[in-house]
Design a protein around this ligand. Structure first.
Ligand SMILES: [Zn+2]
Length: 367
């Protein structure tokens, strides 16, 4: 176990030093498998099983919350097209960058008394893996390839990619998978919704930097993106990483007694992380661009889920992309940032005369 721990720490150190350009605001860590996870065995010989008091509390919670309400599961599976035949994605450095297979202990239909019932439910929802259609024929997502989802907007000739994940390898795998399933199309633009690394670090997996520099493929980001990506992820990088290790337990083996989930996704890919500087900044509160026949109305929402973040409205598809300002979970519970986020949503809704209301699993602030 000691040796394994050392390996884990070495892996983490590699990850951290590999993030000299960007650290991870949202999570991170190598994939640490636990061979006993499926049988519900503890990964540590000295590990304790839950006490009768814990078991009583977990059971009381299962009875008190509406776990019979399965709407979230129906919504999470809506639009599913296909899952890839593989569960893991290798990093160029030779390690496993991503592995959905090591979380399969969650799919046995068991209730684990070592996992908070609400966390277990969320962890199962986050097992969504593959290609999904969000707006028929127009907007697609590849889910379960990294912490964030990568979105693909179908333009006249190519893809506009929103949020190219943390690692080059997982972003490339997602692009290859959608091209394989829906026909190969070039990437005509990239949008970073915000300055967290799990939404931009894999950009080199979807675009060639030379094409960005030549102006062939624009990279669009909210005002202040570079400044905040650097201040949050480089200047404060070490502190952010230490916090992240505690916040998400990423150095623990994947197990009912270890790392289970990170609320917005399973974990962060441990691959090749980098950044290409944006070529187009959204500077005004609201700005409209049309690229490859797709009209996008951007709304800057500074100081919300990230210091530089923006929402996007697609008037042709009547679709609203709220970056991480709206999610089906409260993933930043350790680092609360909801106030400005709510203000941004109120402004977005008022701008388009959209009434504010509760919409199922979507978190919406009442006026
Ligand atoms: Zn974020």
């Amino acid at each position: 176990m000691k040796r394994k721990n050392k390996l884990v720490v070495a892996f983490a150190a590699t990850l951290v030093s590999g993030i000299s350009v960007l650290a991870l605001a949202a999570g991170g860590g190598a994939t640490v498998a636990d061979p006993g996870a499926m049988e519900g065995k503890h990964f540590d010989p000295k590990g304790k099983m839950p006490s009768k008091y814990t078991i009583e509390l977990q059971q009381a919670q299962r009875k008190s919350l509406p776990f019979e309400d399965k709407r979230d599961f129906e919504e999470a599976s809506k639009g599913f097209i296909a899952a890839p035949p593989y569960k893991s994605i290798m990093a160029e450095a030779g390690n496993v960058a991503w592995d959905m297979g090591i979380y399969e202990f969650l799919l046995q239909g068991k209730d684990f008394d070592s996992i908070n019932p609400s966390l277990q439910r969320q962890a199962i929802l986050n097992m969504a893996y593959g290609l999904y259609e969000v707006v028929p024929g127009k907007i697609y997502q590849v889910r379960g390839f990294d912490l964030a989802n990568i979105s693909f907007i179908k333009g006249d000739t190519g893809w506009i990619v929103f949020d190219p994940l943390t690692a080059k390898e997982t972003a490339k795998a997602a692009l290859d998978f959608i091209n394989e399933k829906l026909g190969a199309r070039p990437v005509v633009a990239v949008v970073y919704s915000h300055s967290h690394a799990d939404h931009c670090g894999g950009v080199r997996g979807v675009v060639d930097e030379a094409d960005v520099r030549s102006g062939k493929v624009p990279v669009i980001a909210p005002a202040g993106f570079m400044e905040h990506a650097v201040s949050e992820n480089v200047y404060a990088g070490n502190a952010m990483n230490r916090r992240m290790f505690f916040q998400y337990g990423v150095l623990l083996p994947r197990s009912p007694f270890g790392h289970v989930d990170q609320s917005i996704g399973k974990n962060t890919a441990a691959g090749n992380l980098g950044l290409i500087q944006p070529t187009c900044y959204i500077e005004k509160d609201f700005e409209t661009l049309t690229i490859d026949g797709v009209t996008m109305e951007f709304q800057n929402t500074p100081g919300t889920e990230a210091p530089a973040e923006m929402n996007t409205w697609f008037p042709q598809f009547k679709a609203f992309w709220a970056a991480e300002n709206i999610t089906g979970t409260i993933h930043n519970i350790y680092t609360l940032r909801p106030r400005a986020r709510c203000a941004g949503l109120v402004e977005a809704c008022q701008h388009r005369s959209i009434p504010l209301r509760d919409r199922g699993r979507v978190h919406v602030c009442r006026p």
